[in-house]
Structure formats: C-alpha cells, structure tokens
Design a protein around this ligand. Structure first.
Ligand code: NAG
Length: 539
C-alpha cells in the first residue's frame, strides 16, 4: 500500500517531505520504492537527499539496480558534487554497472555538468552507444569550460557519425563560436537552425544575439533583436553590453531607455553595459546618475565591476586624481582590476607619480601579473624615463614574471587559425612575411614610425628581435589580406591587450588596404575603419 502511495505522491510532484514521511514509516522498503524516492529528489529543487538515500542503501548492502544510477547521477550533476560523483562512479564500476549504456551516458552528463569537461570526454570515448544527450553534455561541457575548439571538433564528429543535433546542441555550438569569434561557422549554424526550424525559442535567439554581439557583428545582433517576438532582460542586456563594448555608447544608452519604457527590470549586468557606455562617450555626470539610480531605484548593490566602470569613467575623461579619490572612498576593498584601470589612466594622461602609487598596490595584490609591468613601462616610456624602463625589464627577468603567451585567432573558410608571435608554422609563412614587409613599406609612406617605446614596453609577448613585425595580430591580418578578396572585412580575436604600435599600424592598414578590421581584445572591440578606431585610442 505505502509503496504505491509513494509512487503516486512522487509522480504527482507533491513536496518530497510528504513522500519522505511515508517512506520513513516503511519496513524494509524495496528497491523500486527507493529508486522512486531517489528519482523524486533528483527532480526536486533540493536533490541532496537522493545521494544520502543511495549511501544508506550502500551501507545496508542493498544492491542498487539499473534504474538507480541515472537519477542518482542526475542529482549529483545538479549538486555539481564531483567528489560524490567519482565515489559513485567507482562503486558502479565494482557493481558492474559502468558498462550499461545509460549509466555511461549519465556519467558523461555528470562530469560535464560538474565542469570536468575532460573527464566527461574520457567517459564519452568509452561509451560505445552515445546518445544525443551524451553528445550534448560533452559538447556543452567543453563550450562552457573555456575549450571552444574541442566543442567544435566534437560537433563535427557528431555530424560524421550521423547524429542529428537538436536545439541544445546548437546553443552550445553557438556559445563556442561566440567564444572563438568564429562568425562564419556561427552563421552557418544559424542558417541550419533556421532550415530545420530550431531557431524558434527565446533561448536560441538569445544565443544568436550573443554570438553576433561577441563577434563584433553588432548590426546582425541588432537585427536578431529586432526580429525577436519574445524578449527577456537577457536579450536586452546582451544588446546593450554588445553596443557598449563595440563602441556604440550612445545607442546602448538609447536602448536602455527603451528597456525602461517597456517595463523591464535591468540587472547588475545591464548596468555594467550602461556605465561602460557612459565612460566611452565621456558622459561623466550621466554615469554618476545611472550609478545612483541603480542603487536607489533598482536596489542593486554595486559590485566591483561597477566601481571599475566608475574609475574608468573618471580616468578616461582626464579626471585621474578624482578617480584616485574615488577608489580611496569606495566601500569595497579595491582589487587589482581597479588599480590597473587607474594605472591605465595614468599612462594615457601621463601622471607618473600617481601611476607609481597604483603600481605599488598592484604589486601587493598580484605580484606576477605581466600586464601591469607593461602598463607601467608604457608610462615610463611615454615620459621618457628610459632608465626606469630598463630597470623594470630587469626586475621582470629576475623575478621571473610569467608572460601570458599572446595569440590571435582568425577564421577562414570553415577553420579557425591561430597565430602566435613570430609564427612560422603555417605553410604560407613565406607569403605572410612578404606581405608583412609590403605592409611596413606602405605604412611608412603614410608616415608610420614604429613605436620604439613600445618595443621595450610590450613584454606581454615574448620579445623577438623584430618584435614589431611579428606580433600575432599583425601576422593574422597579413594572412587574411593574402587569403581574402579586396574589401572583405577582417576579424581578429586576441587574448591580450593590443599594444600601441599594433593599434597604430592596424589603423593605417585599414586605410591603406581599404579594409574594415575588427579586433576583439581581452576586454573590448576595436573597429578599425579608414584610419580610425572605434575605441578613440583609449583602451
Ligand atoms: C526568434 O527569431 C526569429 C527570427 O530570427 C523569429 O522568427 C522568432 O519568432 C523568434 N522567436 C522568439 C521566441 O522570439
């Protein structure tokens, strides 16, 4: 009697506490009842007791059966409790359940959901019959854990194996493309979704919007937004942030006004976009206004990112001393990003002593960050303190500051190509270097003088004799100039901040070669066109 009642209660999705009450009254509940309880918890908002029930079973030597594991692992995935997952995995191996297809698929899902993309993949490889859920789990695991290339490779394998993707697959694929800036591939995914009718729901549309915004194709993002029948605050926020980081601050602010008019409630992320837009447009008063409204009208507690925007807002508009005062008075303990923003402002506006204050704080907070050395040495170089530049270089060498290797990605055909500094790994290297020589010659005619100050300063990337020519973004651009027809826009994704020399060179390349060039660096977009950049030379 009780057993059937539990099944009924659980399947009616009543509160689990009631089912638990009856369960606790049962004498030696059988495996069916136990599985029902595990399933109920796994599907509830609080899946923890599912795991406890399983351990109770294990302690009292009650054998789990084939139905136990999928729900149990689902509960573990929801809890992102990978340690528990590993324990259960090893018990399943001992019980001989690991070889069951649906247990394997559940293990793949569990590892991926816990952020262990590589474990998920290893499990996946062991699975002879991979179902769509397993493909989705492992692709999504890679896409969400900063390994978009692996996600794309698996997506291709999936096609070769004849497995048809569904909406979930496509959303993961789009986020991988957004991460890599793989616009052409993302666009093909979009066409595919449209063709098979997958592009109907809000979530998929938001992924498309995000893809285009992150690839710097802001007009496409706008188009998606305009055509959406249903929008939520995520859609609005993606476009507002997208417009702001792509250099369309005024439009971002207009859109924010529309959002409020339509009665949506902005989130903390929306305000990052708004404040960023104010900063970009030099709208200091408006920025402070929005900051106040965010707190008072929307009850949002400003986070570090928001304070960072405010420091940037002041610094960018030349109020560097005010920015320093602002930092001293902010209620949160300023982190390295805040001080780095100040250091950047000091560099641009040439405030040496304040720059050193910021740098001292950075040394305390993040001693090994090579980017700070770069900023400070830029400052020294701009102020012609050459001996300080040299001293800083020596400190870096003796302290062994780890340099993040720089790389640039470009997409050609269906492939994403990666270039590092001084890259000669491409079969086309000779042509690329001939092109680079040609570029230098043409740029010199435009009055281009390589920034020697930055040769010293740009130590984010390995220094090479001819460092200026060899930075990864220049190589990537030369590669694209060779391989695309005149007038084709060029898109580069770079993992570090662009150096001043590359920035200047790319501006001139956009003019001389009549190409639009979009570079996404660590924090923003640079849209180069006809000798100018959307960042207005402040980044
Ligand atoms: C998603 O976008 C397409 C056009 O790109 C549109 O036809 C569809 O209605 C949108 N779906 C929702 C839920 O807004």
């Amino acid at each position: 009697m009780g057993k059937h009642l539990i099944f009924t209660i659980v399947s009616l999705s009543s509160p689990m506490s009631y089912a638990q009450h009856i369960f606790s009254k049962l004498q030696g509940p059988n495996i069916f009842t136990r599985n029902t309880m595990i399933k109920g918890y796994a599907e509830s908002a609080n899946p923890r007791p599912a795991v406890e029930l399983y351990y109770q079973m294990h302690m009292s030597s009650i054998e789990p059966d084939t139905h136990t594991y999928p729900f149990l692992l689902k509960a573990v995935a929801k809890l992102t409790a990978v340690r528990e997952g590993e324990k259960i995995h090893s018990i399943a191996i001992r019980n001989g359940f690991e070889s069951l297809v649906f247990v394997q698929n559940s293990l793949v899902h569990m590892y991926a959901a816990c952020g262990h993309a590589e474990c998920a993949h290893r499990m996946f490889e062991l699975t002879p019959e991979k179902d769509l859920v397993a493909w989705n789990s492992v692709i999504n695991g890679y896409a969400l854990n900063g390994m978009p290339n692996e996600a794309l490779t698996l997506f291709r394998e999936m096609g070769l194996e004849g497995v048809q993707p569904d909406g979930f697959t496509m959303v993961s694929l789009l986020s991988a493309c957004a991460e890599l800036g793989a616009l052409a591939l993302g666009r093909r995914a979009h066409v595919y979704m449209f063709k098979v009718g997958l592009s109907v729901n809000l979530h998929a549309n938001n992924s498309l919007l995000d893809l285009y915004a992150k690839c710097g194709s802001i007009r496409d993002a706008q188009k998606i937004f305009d055509e959406m029948k249903e929008r939520n605050v995520v859609s609005w926020t993606s476009l507002i942030v997208g417009l702001a980081v792509n250099g369309f601050g005024k439009e971002a602010l207009e859109l924010f006004k529309d959002l409020e008019k339509e009665g949506f409630v902005p989130t903390a992320v929306t305000f990052v976009g708004v404040l960023y837009a104010c900063s970009h447009c030099g709208m200091v008063d408006e920025g402070f206004n929005y900051f106040e409204r965010m707190k008072k009208e929307y009850g949002l507690v400003p986070r570090m990112e928001h304070y960072g925007c405010m420091v940037d807002l002041l610094g960018r508009s030349g109020k560097v001393k005010e920015a320093y005062e602002y930092i001293q008075n902010m209620p949160l303990q300023p982190n390295a990003v805040i001080w780095r923003t100040l250091l950047g402002a000091c560099t641009i506006h040439g405030l040496l002593s304040l720059g050193e204050v910021a740098r001292a704080r950075l040394l305390e907070l993040e001693p090994g960050h090579s980017g700070d050395y770069v900023l400070l040495s830029n400052l020294y170089a701009a102020e012609r303190h050459w001996s300080d530049v040299q001293k800083l270089r020596r400190t870096m060498l003796t302290e062994g500051v780890r340099k993040t290797p720089g790389y640039s990605l470009v997409e050609l055909g269906n492939k994403v190509y990666e270039f590092t500094i001084g890259d000669r790994s491409q079969p086309q290297s000779e042509d690329i270097y001939a092109m680079l020589a040609e570029i230098t010659k043409l740029l010199k005619l435009e009055g281009y003088v390589p920034h020697t100050a930055n040769v010293l300063a740009d130590i984010e990337e390995e220094e090479k004799e001819n460092a200026l020519l060899y930075h990864s973004e220049k190589i990537a651009i030369a590669f694209m100039l060779i391989n695309t027809t005149p007038g084709t826009p060029i898109r580069v994704v770079k993992n570090l901040r662009a150096c001043a020399d590359c920035h200047l060179a790319i501006k001139l390349i956009s003019k001389v070669f009549k190409r639009e060039i979009a570079v996404r660096d660590r924090s923003r977009f640079h849209h180069f066109r006809n000798g100018d950049c959307s960042c207005q030379d402040y980044w």
